[in-house]
Design a protein around this ligand. Sequence first.
Ligand SMILES: O=P(O)(O)OC[C@H]1O[C@H](O)[C@H](O)[C@@H](O)[C@@H]1O
Length: 426
Amino acid sequence: MPLHFDRQYAADALAELDVDRDALDGDVLAAHQRVLNGETASPEMLGWRQMLLDPDDALLESVADTANEIRERADALLCIGIGGSYLGAEAVMQALVPPFSDDGPEVLFAGHHLGPDYHRRLFEYLDGKSVYINIISKSGTTLEPALAFRLARRFLEDRFDDADRRIIATTDAQRGTLHDFAVERGYRRYVVPDDVGGRFSVLTPVGLLPIAASGVDVRTLFYGAVAEARELTEADASHPALQYAADRHAFHESGYKTEVLASMDPRLTGIGDWWQQLFGESEGKEGKGLFPVTLQYTTDLHSVGQYVQQGQRVLVETFLRIDDADDGPAVKEEDSDPDGLNYLAGKPYGFVNEKAYEGTAEAHAEGGVPNWTLTLSRLDAETLGRLLYFYEHAVAVSGTMLDVDPFNQPGVETYKQKMFSLLGRP
Ligand SMILES: O=P(O)(O)OC[C@H]1O[C@H](O)[C@H](O)[C@@H](O)[C@@H]1O
């Protein structure tokens, strides 16, 4: 099984909640059915699912072709976007592009924050390199990417005769500032479909083009998601994504406030960041939702691990791990055992990491943090595609169970209005 979901350390806490499991399973199935039938809130925003049931192979090919051009001609691809317009790409690349590799262009991000120093040094660093730009903004008006794009465009125009050829715009099909500008300049364009919200857009060109440019086979990634979507179409309440949605709903209704997604491998931290937006924006409204927090273990066991073990008992937790206990460098036996580590002789890193996970899951459960484990049988494009859809479907179902609209994010506008008024936007 590519994804394995283990609920052993949630079971006792669930039993204590006195939940009527049959009723809960009934509720989750009803919400699931509404997702399948297109009867959720904002049903016009279910394109992230529909596009998997009816794959556009020509689009996948076009994305791969453009990515190949970038890989042949660029030293660096600068991806400009924020929120759903960069988190998915970053997550998949972090998972699948080996660290320290120099195969293909360096993929860099801009416009994902307003850091002044970063944006100065970035362009200093890019000077002298062959650069391509992918500006990604569904609305085309988000301030952070728009600002970075203005800088980046000038940078390219000052250095390359074919600057317009080096800019690819991923935005709305018909309207918006970026759309209009891209048409005027004749940039190559990819579309963020109307019926796919930013946080659900990783498997559209928003994510696929940067991911393909980094050397990942996006067809395999996409079809991994297709496989998971098809499986979920036939699923009953025992499907892990639906069990996950049901369990966390039960905890939410019983007063739990926060869900930690703890990745047991640094390759999965980007998935945690992506998951955080997906769940935070989909569920956190009308005073509802579990606050999503992503942590990296064992690193964060040495920082907030204390809180998780003994702080306020309002946490649930998911361990996200890879089944790779046999992997990594093995500990070598040393004659004098100077550091006392000979007891681990012959054991690979993966083994030690696995025991750290097992011990932590048990300790957290005993400390009052119910937890689940989602294990990827291996970390490859297909399994990751499955994982992306697993979470997209789960949040659509759980948001529907919460009786919120999982596909809007009205609260994000509030800070923007205040910021724009302070900036004097006309
Ligand atoms: O792609 P864009 O329109 O630039 O939006 C980028 C991001 O910004 C927003 O403020 C939203 O809250 C996010 O859901 C979105 O992913």
